[in-house]
Design a protein around this ligand. Structure first.
Ligand SMILES: Cc1cc2nc3c(=O)[nH]c(=O)nc-3n(C[C@H](O)[C@H](O)[C@H](O)COP(=O)(O)OP(=O)(O)OC[C@H]3O[C@@H](n4cnc5c(N)ncnc54)[C@H](O)[C@@H]3O)c2cc1C
Length: 348
């Protein structure tokens, strides 16, 4: 059977089960799904928009029958081409599966469909929030976050997506639907660990059980101007010595090249959060460190703190337009290695 014919037959079978409106085949629609935030492009033969786990399972079985590759997709905020159908075939857009299945207010547990977005998770509990918000605007879906084991600025305090995850429902490559939950036997946790960060290669996540942390009473974000990356290392050491509970610490090197009009070589974004009393103490300690080191800084409280992290998104955009790779180096590893890593990245 010719490939083209097999694609047409598969589309017909899927459309007859899921409904015509769930299968997009127009050039414009396919083109809209041919990008992510990386700037790369690969056009799918069709876009399938399932509404249930059974739909996803059916799509996987039909794709297997006709030998057609499938690529799951959340919001397409990936910076590395993850949701692009580089081998052709179908994109499975999970965004219609965005419901809340059940929630446990007392323990902050919530079971959601995989297409729900970070900003929607933030509305589930008044006193809890979703700390992993990699794109800064809350567009990433739970499925995408699990597939990437995503991190974001607050990962210093809250870990990565895998740390919030207590279970997933996943459609395996043979179409079987399984539920993997933890706590339970250690083997369950191992399977969960295997699935987290699998980048859509081991199955399609259809729902997830998450535990969301409590919103801190207070938070303050700082933007600090540095002479170069070595300042960040000294600053990190001073902060550590003074016992300040930092929840986020990101440093942008070559800032002058990324931001027009910026007069500084490197910038650090820091957030502290916790109880009112703690934050007040840490704020005054941090400000005195910054004054002593003569680093110019601005600080913003609670309501404006999110804007600082949303602004970070623009740096990725600028880097993309200029086709510059943004090199990300973690300050969580041995800080002494960061300088070497930055120098190495600059050489390559
Ligand atoms: C400005 C900006 C900053 C960013 N910063 C960070 C950062 O600091 N850290 C970080 O980790 N990421 C970062 N990202 C990348 C991105 O936001 C995350 O990887 C996010 O988790 C992707 O979610 P998504 O729903 O958009 O998934 P998509 O981009 O649609 O897909 C990402 C991957 O997940 C797979 N996938 C999607 N849904 C499912 C599913 N239901 N089942 C199985 N596989 C699935 C896809 O096949 C693909 O491989 C950033 C992105 C932007 C735009």
């Amino acid at each position: 059977m010719e490939k083209e014919e097999s694609v047409i037959k598969a589309i017909e079978e899927i459309a007859s089960q899921l409904g015509e409106e769930s299968v997009l085949v127009d050039d414009l629609d396919r083109s809209a799904y041919s990008y992510d935030a990386s700037g790369m492009q690969a056009v799918p033969s069709a876009v399938i928009r399932p509404s249930t786990s059974d739909d996803v399972s059916f799509v996987v079985e039909v794709a297997n029958k006709f030998g057609i590759p499938i690529t799951p997709r959340g919001s397409g905020t990936s910076l590395v081409g993850g949701p692009l159908p580089v081998s052709g075939g179908f994109v499975v857009d999970m965004q219609k599966m965005n419901g809340i299945i059940d929630k446990d207010e007392e323990n902050g547990l919530v079971r959601v469909e995989a297409g729900i977005k970070v900003r929607e998770l933030n509305e589930i509990f008044s006193d809890r929030f979703m700390p992993i918000n990699p794109d800064g605007a809350g567009f990433s879906t739970v499925g995408g976050l699990i597939a990437e084991d995503s991190a974001s600025p607050l990962s210093i305090r809250y870990g990565t997506m895998g740390d919030l995850l207590y279970g997933v429902e996943v459609v395996l490559p043979n179409g079987e639907i399984i539920l993997v939950e933890s706590p339970g036997p250690p083997s369950r946790r191992s399977i969960l660990n295997l699935l987290v960060g699998s980048e859509g290669t081991l199955g399609i996540f259809t729902s997830a059980l998450l535990k969301l942390p409590r919103r801190p009473e207070n938070r303050i974000a700082y933007k600090i101007e540095l002479t170069d990356i070595s300042d960040a290392l000294i600053l990190q050491e001073e902060i550590e010595k003074s016992g300040i509970g930092v929840s986020a610490f990101e440093v942008y090197h070559n800032y002058k090249e990324l931001v027009e009009g910026a007069g500084t070589e490197a910038v650090a974004f820091i957030e502290i959060s916790g109880t009112q009393e703690c934050v007040e103490i840490w704020d005054s300690r941090l400000k005195s460190i910054l004054d002593n080191m003569e680093f110019p800084f601005e600080s913003v409280t609670e309501e404006k703190a999110d804007d600082v992290w949303e602004g970070r998104k623009n740096l990725y955009e600028v880097a993309k337009v200029r086709e510059e790779a943004l090199k990300v180096v973690s300050l969580r590893v041995y800080p002494s290695l960061v300088r070497d890593a930055v120098q190495e990245a600059d050489r390559t």
